[in-house]
Design a protein around this ligand. Structure first.
Ligand code: HEC
Ligand code: HEC
Length: 269
């Protein structure tokens, strides 16, 4: 029997035909789900394009080495985080920042501890305040109030404000340290859903540069941010790291982690 007859023989076999047809059908269905249905139900699913979505799913960067690759307007932020943002500031910077911060006390509290639902700024890492103010200023993060206020701030103003808030007595709940009683998402994340433990980035075990200090924040602020990430309404997180995690969280989980982080406890020593 030569090869050709072998091929014919295989095709005449009904089992072979059936498995080939199901394979093709399966491929078509997966393509429809992945490229048509998912993008249509999830506005943010194809953020940055199909290619970026595939790369995100596979966990590889969508552009190797080419920093200019994402198109203008699609980038989540214009801020390039730099260790120098966290350098101890000169005393006169803190003084200038304190004066500027008089415009902020109405909502963020006299000592950076909010009495309303605005985020606490006391002790917040300076690179976080710098990045967020720039993101409001460039419209990468939206908030009617903060976009208007940050539009008037110069680079120098932003740096001085960040220095001032970082210098405030840290009347905040100390960063979470590992302990068996922490909520599961905070402690171990949800590996099957690609959710890393919160403490791996937000202090406690490790503090990822640019990840905000969450402990003691108003609970409503935390829930609103997680919901905004999940819906893609807040999209200034680099590589969509918060969006991808928040999207997989149930309302109950969002409630649980927000309650946990909003707890009031003794400040850091
Ligand atoms: C009228 C109230 C109000 C005033 C005044 C105000 N803020 Fe805000 N600020 C807010 C609210 C509300 C948010 C959260 C907005 C959101 O959901 O993005 C916020 C968010 C921020 C954030 C982001 C914090 C984080 O954890 O992500 C920073 C930084 C900030 N404000 C700095 C300032 C500075 C500096 C000033 C003074 C120049 C100021 N704000 C004045 C209400 C205010
Ligand atoms: C891989 C690191 C990483 C992990 C894990 C992570 N985060 Fe974040 N998170 C960040 C970064 C970075 C930001 C700041 C994004 C930006 O630049 O706006 C952020 C921002 C936030 C904010 C907004 C805070 C503010 O002040 O505006 C909340 C709330 C938050 N994360 C909650 C969580 C929770 C809850 C978990 C665990 C389920 C978690 N994060 C896990 C990196 C992480």
């Amino acid at each position: 029997m030569d090869d050709d007859e072998g091929g014919m023989y295989a095709w005449r076999n009904p089992w072979f035909r059936r498995s080939l047809v199901s394979l093709v059908a399966l491929a078509v269905v997966s393509i429809l789900v992945g490229f048509v249905w998912l993008p249509s139900v999830h506005a943010d699913y194809t953020a940055g394009g199909i290619w970026a979505a595939i790369c995100r799913a596979a966990g590889v960067p969508s552009s190797w080495g080419d920093k200019s690759a994402p198109k203008e307007g699609q980038r989540s932020t214009d801020v390039v985080l730099d260790r120098s943002m966290a350098r101890a500031a000169a005393p006169d910077a803190v003084g200038r920042g304190a004066t500027l911060a008089l415009n902020c006390t109405m909502c963020h509290g006299a000592q950076g501890m909010s009495m309303s639902n605005a985020p606490n700024l006391a002790g917040q890492y300076p690179e976080v305040v710098i990045k967020q103010l720039h993101d409001y200023k460039t419209g990468k993060r939206s908030s009617a109030i903060m976009e208007a206020l940050s539009a008037r701030l110069s680079e120098q103003d932003i740096n001085d404000l960040a220095a001032y808030f970082a210098s405030l007595p840290k009347a905040r709940t100390a960063p979470t340290t590992y302990d068996e009683t922490l909520p599961a998402l905070v402690r171990v994340g949800a590996p099957l859903r690609n959710v890393a433990p919160c403490i791996a980035c937000h202090g406690g075990v490790d503090q990822k540069f640019g990840a905000p200090w969450l402990e003691g924040m108003p609970k409503d602020y935390l829930t609103s941010q997680l919901k905004a990430f999940a819906k893609g309404e807040r999209h200034n997180d680099p590589e969509a790291q918060m969006r991808n995690m928040a999207r997989t969280m149930t309302p109950k989980e969002i409630e649980e982690v927000s309650t946990f982080y909003a707890r009031k406890a003794p400040p850091a020593q």
